[in-house]
Design a protein around this ligand. Structure first.
Ligand code: CUA
Length: 157
């Protein structure tokens, strides 16, 4: 088989680019330990409401003084339905799902996590400004997916 010179150059370039990009992914996954968030804590999705901390959803203050919001996602909403958190304090959102994969994404922040049945996910955030923040589900979860939203109300402490 005869390959034109340009075809050879392009093949070498393509293979080199593939090797480079796979190496970047490999190094970040295995050497730097980047993995999908969550998955370190598990919960039986059929017993979510009997399992701590999900037996008591909502805001609580932790022993170290920071705050935690425990949430359960379900088709097609979040429990608790209304979330109020203090401004200027670190708030960790801890979430799991009772049914299918949802997400918990606070618009305008870095909080954007998948909520997977059987897994417990965390994401910490400090809201500097009081206000109302929209939360949406951005994993397609069924016929009511586009109605699945809630709000985080950030209030002055
Ligand atoms: Cu829940 Cu989409």
């Amino acid at each position: 088989m005869h390959l034109h010179k340009f075809e050879k150059i392009w093949l070498v370039f393509g293979i080199a680019a593939l090797v480079l990009f796979l190496s970047v992914v490999g190094v970040s996954a295995f050497h730097q330990g980047h993995t999908p968030s969550g998955g370190h804590m598990r919960v039986d999705p059929e017993k979510v409401r009997e399992t701590a901390p999900f037996n008591q959803t909502g805001l609580r203050q932790k022993e170290d003084g920071t705050y935690e919001v425990v949430m359960i996602a379900q088709a097609f909403g979040y429990d608790p339905g209304k979330i109020q958190v203090p401004a200027g304090e670190q708030v960790t959102f801890t979430a799991t799902s009772e049914d299918v994969v949802h997400s918990f994404s606070i618009v305008g922040t870095n909080v954007n996590m998948m909520v997977v049945p059987g897994q417990v996910n965390h994401k910490a955030h400090t809201f500097d400004e009081p206000g109302t923040y929209l939360v949406v589900c951005n994993e397609y979860c069924g016929s009511g997916h586009h109605f699945m939203s809630t709000e985080v109300e950030v209030v002055e402490k």
